[in-house]
Design a protein around this ligand. Sequence first.
Ligand code: SAM
Length: 264
Amino acid sequence: MHGYEEWTREWMAQRTATRDLAFLLPHLSPGMAIIDCGCGPGSITVGLAEIVAPGHVIGLDIEPRQLEAAQRLATERATPNVRFEPGSVYELPFPDATFDVAVAHFVLEHVSDPMRALREIRRVLRPGGLAAIKDPYYPAFIFRPQTTELRGFGELAEKVRKHNGASDTYAVDLRAYLLEAGFERTEAQGGLENIAGNEEAARVLPMMLQNQVRERAFRDTVLEQGWATEAELDAISAAAPDLARRDDLFGFVVFVSALGWVAK
Ligand SMILES: C[S@@+](CC[C@H](N)C(=O)[O-])C[C@H]1O[C@@H](n2cnc3c(N)ncnc32)[C@H](O)[C@@H]1O
């Protein structure tokens, strides 16, 4: 969906374990073994390693460019207790009952069979182990002002996500999914993050508008399906600087943070 260009990595690398996994922090303690499934550029993974040191954290991703960026970050931050490995959340390359905690942050929203992924995550957790899953609920996202370009961008993004086999809405059913995957007990909470609207909120919205439609995979899908022309995609991208200057720019994203415990 977002591709693997530099802008995506820079955007995701701003995430931190303490901010973006705040719901998990009370359950972490030094010495734990953690797997971060779909670790991306690794900023959350490295943060987890700092929190549970001398415990060990594995970051796993299907994309080599993400793993390289993650390894660079771990080296920069001198974090010895983190390791990055290639692999899929559908087939985790670890024996049963290896980890105390498994994380999937904005990952299962992209896979076509989140239940299969959750069962696999449960398999590698020890008795009493904990899964922390966070994903967006797209129907509640708000982007303003409703310019032609911003509305067009929202509509195209929805079509591409569906075309990729991803679910816009599964996150609100995470408690039920976790129970069906064999977790014994679950908790979930809704959350909201402002992505435009005041000085503190990052101006993610224009940045996404500008770059997402230039992303090769996104662009190819839209053009192949005939959902927009090259010129229309370029117009969306070109509208971003004007949008960034607007005083009425506003937007937020909504997500679900869920925890699932394996029976002791
Ligand atoms: C939106 S990024 C999130 C990255 C990171 N968790 C974060 O929040 O910053 C999704 C990541 O999941 C990875 N991914 C997608 N499908 C995967 C799969 N089946 N197994 C493992 N990783 C996968 C992608 O390569 C990408 O790095």
